[in-house]
Design a protein around this ligand. Structure first.
Ligand code: DX5
Ligand code: ZN
Length: 221
């Protein structure tokens, strides 16, 4: 399983040092939480663009972009130009499903892998039609908006459902899980079929980030 470290709560004064520490700690991705103050209350759009651009300059570790925004089009070009590993959009951002399909196509055409994320209240069933075209499905295990929230256990069956469906239909999307993941909760998401775990506070607040990432990855039976 891979670890994508969310840098949402990294303070500006420690940013460069923290990015460097995360690179040494061998995070698999930098997870960029783009929030617009509309889709969710917080607005992180300026800071996250600045962080993503900085990381692109100083690191070879790929970017994993999570767009929690109402108007995806406004943010797409600036992130596409950074050639991230993934751009993940929210299913709930699109009232017009033709627009959703167009956006998926646009991201893929630019050579970037595309994901769809679902909030806790959205069922896997709703995105089934799109899974054939996707590289990633992101299950939110907290309400999007803030780091440091408690993991919602009731989301585990969604991960299992996505795993079973990909096996049954022979699809090759990855399953990413985001929110409240720490040493206690990571085993459960892993057992359900998670491929990429997004981890924010558990890594950012730890003194020894390398050890934390190693511990998160080591499976304890
Ligand atoms: C929540 C974000 C998450 C979150 C992860 O809206 O998408 O990426 O910040 O942070 P932790 O691990 O602290 O829940
Ligand atoms: Zn996220």
């Amino acid at each position: 399983m891979e670890i994508s470290t969310s840098i949402l709560s990294v303070k500006k004064e420690n940013a460069i040092q923290t990015f460097y520490n995360l690179e040494i700690a061998k995070t698999d991705y930098f997870h960029i939480d783009v929030m617009d103050g509309k889709f969710v209350a917080q607005d992180t759009s300026n800071l996250m663009l600045e962080y993503a651009q900085t990381i692109k300059h100083i690191s070879n570790i790929p970017l994993d972009i999570h767009l929690m925004v109402e108007n995806v089009e406004n943010y797409l070009n600036e992130y596409l130009s950074l050639m991230p590993a993934y751009i993940t959009i929210h299913y709930e951002s699109f009232k017009n499903k033709t627009k959703l399909e167009e956006t998926i196509r646009k991201i893929k055409q630019e050579g970037v892998k595309v994901g769809i994320s679902i909030k806790p209240s959205t069922k896997v069933e709703e995105i089934k039609n799109y899974l054939h075209y996707l590289n990633l499905a992101l299950v939110m295990t907290v309400e999007p908006g803030y780091g440091g929230q408690k993991f919602i256990e009731e989301m585990l069956p969604k991960i299992q459902e996505l795993k079973l469906y990909s096996e049954k239909e022979e699809l090759d999307y990855y399953i990413e899980v985001d929110g409240g993941i720490n040493l206690d909760t990571i085993q459960k998401v892993r057992e359900c079929g998670c491929d990429i775990a997004v981890v924010g506070s558990a890594i950012i607040n730890s003194e020894d980030k390398k050890k934390m990432i190693q511990d998160l990855k080591s499976y304890k039976v």
